[in-house]
Design a protein around this ligand. Structure first.
Ligand code: KG4
Ligand code: ZN
Length: 362
């Protein structure tokens, strides 16, 4: 595998003026996502079709993602999903102008599946391929919503592997303001859920259990809440949850579990909200984009909406179905990078993947 190089000039001018159709492939972790996105000059990008296969059922038995099983399943799913997307969009493969894939960060073997399929398709069709940063996909995903943001904005990226606050001045113009020094917010949800005897992935399960609970029942820490910077830390919270679970003993009553779930969720959400508000205050910006799987959390959305509307800040979310991993955000990020001249599509088909990749380095 070679590092990507700037290759042949981008798309034909006719494709640019008529709009660009991009097939996006996401395979960085435990979801295979494929989508077809079309952009036209001066118009909001359109999602023509998307399809997703979640591996949750397969990994559930192991309590977490098994990388080798993930890679093998991506291989099985990606081509049928691409066929499904094209059929739903009523589009021919030959009408695709470029193929985008997640280049990183993520599981190396899983990423290689999407990258390999994208390169093979590109070569067969004579179309360029574009490697996309997974988190850039997440943070641009609200541009596919009915209420797209305008630049500049603060982005709160909260996924299973990342918790970051970024200042976003345009496509490819990302400044890291703060990030977690240990566990990610999604990881805090997942690990606490495991301690509470809930399945994988824990975030949605813990949020469901917490619905009727008392968020003040347990006094859990809000790490780095008053640290004076925009960094996060969630490892101590997990330890506090473990201590509470062992205090409850072997057979806690259901109400105690519900209250502990609600208190855990409140602790995570409080920190995410406080740091987001601090980032907005520090930069003077009045727009916040929330992206990544934890962005689907109802309490987080409610608290952010309340706090932000008090301060005259607009909050933008991706459509709920596009909060977690999907191919649409990868196709969209590629389309926006092409439109803004940030990307030179390559036709050398020498692909690589970057399992650890800093978004601010783009
Ligand atoms: O962005 P994503 O789908 O994958 C990564 O790139 O990591 O995020 C997955 C994370 C998991 O930790 C999952 O538990 C969490 O998002 N998550 C939630 C909710 N839905 C997904 N956490 C809290 N509440 C939810 N409703
Ligand atoms: Zn993700």
């Amino acid at each position: 595998m070679n590092a990507p190089t700037a290759g042949a000039p981008a798309l034909p001018a006719s494709a640019q003026s008529a709009g660009i159709r991009i097939l996006g492939i996401e395979s960085s972790c435990d979801e295979t996502g494929v989508a077809l996105v079309e952009t036209r000059p001066g118009a909001v990008p359109a999602l023509l079709a998307h399809a997703l296969h979640s591996q949750i059922d397969m990994h559930q038995a192991y309590g977490g993602v098994v990388p080798e099983l993930a890679s093998r399943d991506h291989i099985r799913r990606v081509v049928p999903l691409a066929r499904q997307v094209l059929a739903e969009a009523g589009a021919q493969l030959s009408s695709v102008d470029a193929i985008a894939y997640t280049r990183g960060p993520g599981l190396a073997g899983a990423l290689l599946v999407g990258a390999g399929v994208a390169a093979a398709l590109g070569l067969a069709l004579g179309k360029p391929i574009i490697g996309i940063h997974h988190l850039e996909g997440h943070l641009l995903s609200p541009f596919l919503s009915a209420d797209p943001p305008e630049f500049p904005f603060i982005a709160l990226l909260v996924s299973g592997g990342h918790t970051q606050l970024m200042r976003v001045d345009g496509v490819g113009r990302y400044e890291l303001l703060g990030e977690t020094v240990d566990d990610a917010a999604g990881e805090a949800f997942d690990k606490s859920a495991k301690l509470l005897g809930l399945g994988y992935p824990g975030g949605p399960a813990l949020a469901r259990l917490a619905e009727t609970g008392d968020p003040r029942a347990f006094d859990l820490p809000r790490p780095l809440l008053h640290s004076g910077n925009l960094d996060f830390s969630f490892a101590g919270l997990k330890t506090a949850v473990r201590t509470q679970v062992s205090k409850l003993g072997q057979s806690p009553c259901e109400q105690q579990r519900i209250d502990l779930a609600a208190s855990t969720q409140a602790a995570i959400v409080d920190v995410l909200v406080a740091k987001s508000l601090a980032a907005l205050k520090q930069t003077g910006l009045k727009r916040l984009v929330v992206a990544g799987g934890v962005g689907a959390n109802r309490r987080l959305r409610e608290q952010l909406s309340t706090q932000c509307s008090r301060r005259g800040v607009r909050v933008h979310y991706p459509e709920l179905a596009l909060c977690t991993d999907n191919g649409a955000m990868i196709a969209l990020a590629a389309a926006l990078r092409l439109q803004t001249g940030r990307e030179q599509p390559r036709r050398d088909y020498a692909f690589d993947v970057v399992p650890r990749w800093d978004l601010a380095s783009l």
